[in-house]
Structure formats: structure tokens, C-alpha cells
Design a protein around this ligand. Structure first.
Ligand SMILES: N[C@@H](CCC(=O)N[C@@H](CS)C(=O)NCC(=O)O)C(=O)O
Length: 204
């Protein structure tokens, strides 16, 4: 299989963490599309993915699998170990998928925010939008904080998503000091970041 990714992409990181956690990393050839952005779609990505986004996976049959959520589910469907997406009859399923949705929402906010603050010419930036997007992330982290202790160490799609989202905030928004008022998430993230899968995929 081939995975079009970039080391800086948090969506691609999620997929890579899932690949490592499920023992499939060695089956995946990584193709680096560093530099891709909405104003620089890059040839390798547009050739494979009409949406010109990463991650994009080409499976062994040459079929395209896109959107990180779908790629994670695809990888989770082809191994025999502990399921990262809990089965339909598991009590954990909706809790894990909801956390995955919350993490996705943080990234769906943070990645465009990065484009807005780093890519868009300074004179065209819209501070009201920037502020409201940071507010959204803050509200979401505040919502998670009281239940941080319940996050636990067990690995699942929701926790992987959250860890990749927090890693992205640290990587792209150094000045965004989300830890200050959130000791629970801070401690959880510190522990989760020690997983081999997280250490092997630190963004750069
Ligand atoms: N919903 C998509 C989002 C993927 C995404 O936005 N990836 C970013 C890189 S982190 C990208 O490809 N940006 C280029 C663009 O939006 O044109 C997924 O989960 O795979």
C-alpha cells in the first residue's frame, strides 16, 4: 500500500498511528507530499485525489481510499488484533467515535486556522474569524477537561485523534498555551505521547 502524507499533517499522523498500533506500518510505503496546501495542491496529490488533500491511501488492489477517518477504518478492518474502532455491540463505541468526532472538529478548525494565520497575506487576514476559531478550540478543550481522567490509557480511535489534535496545536500554535488551565488533559496527553506510535510520528 502507498500512503500520501506529510510529516506535518495531523490527519495523516492519525493514519500512521493507527498503522503502527495495528502492526501494519511495514506494509505501507510512505510518499511525502510536504508543501501541499490549498494554494499548492502538488502534482502527486492531485493525480491521485480529486480533492487534492492528504492523507490518501492506495491499497494493494490499487484502489484509492480517502479521508483519514475512512483510511483508519479501512486499516482497522484488516487486522486481527484489538479493534481501535469498537464494534457495534461494544459499550465503548459511541464514546470513542464521539471523541474521534470532537478531535476531528479541533483539526477541522486548527488546520484552516494555520492557513489563515501563516499562508494568507497579512493584509488580508480576518482577525474576527481567527479569534472565533481559537475560541472554538478553547471551548472544546474546556468541554473535555472535566472528563480527562476518564480518557484512560487504552488505545482507541478517539484517543488517537485527540492526541494528534493536541500534538498539532503544539506544533503549529506554540503561543496557544492550552495547558495552563487544563491539568487533566495535559497529564493524559503527556502519558499518551509516550506510546511508540506517537513518538515515531512526531510532526516536523
Ligand atoms: N477530512 C480530511 C482532511 C484532510 C486535510 O485537510 N488535509 C490537509 C493537510 S493536514 C490538506 O490536505 N490540505 C490541503 C488542502 O486543503 O488543500 C481527512 O480527514 O483526511
Amino acid at each position: 500500500m502507498q500512503l500520501i502524507y506529510a510529516p506535518a499533517s495531523p490527519f495523516a499522523r492519525k493514519v500512521r498511528v493507527v498503522a503502527i498500533e495495528t502492526g501494519q506500518a511495514s506494509e505501507i510505503e510512505l510518499i511525502d507530499a510536504t508543501g501541499i496546501s490549498p494554494v499548492n495542491p502538488t502534482e502527486i496529490v492531485t493525480r491521485l485525489n480529486p480533492l487534492a488533500r492528504i492523507p490518501a491511501l492506495l491499497n494493494e488492489e490499487g484502489q484509492l481510499v480517502i479521508d483519514s477517518r475512512v483510511i483508519c477504518e479501512y486499516l482497522d478492518s484488516r487486522h486481527v488484533g484489538h479493534r481501535l474502532i469498537p464494534d457495534a455491540d461494544s459499550k465503548q463505541r459511541w464514546q470513542s467515535l464521539t471523541l474521534a468526532g470532537v478531535a476531528e472538529g479541533i483539526l477541522d478548525t486548527a488546520v484552516p486556522l494555520r492557513y489563515e494565520t501563516a499562508l494568507r497575506p497579512e493584509e488580508l487576514r480576518w482577525t474576527q474569524l481567527i479569534d472565533s476559531q481559537f475560541n472554538r478550540i478553547n471551548h472544546t478543550l474546556d468541554y473535555l477537561e472535566p472528563n480527562a481522567a476518564a480518557l484512560g490509557e487504552d488505545v482507541c480511535i478517539g484517543r488517537i485523534g485527540l492526541a494528534c489534535a493536541l500534538g498539532y496545536l503544539d506544533f503549529r500554535f506554540e503561543e496557544f498555551t492550552w495547558r495552563t488551565t487544563r491539568p487533566g488533559i495535559t497529564a493524559w496527553y503527556r502519558d499518551f505521547s509516550n506510546r511508540e506510535s506517537m513518538m515515531q510520528t512526531v510532526p516536523y
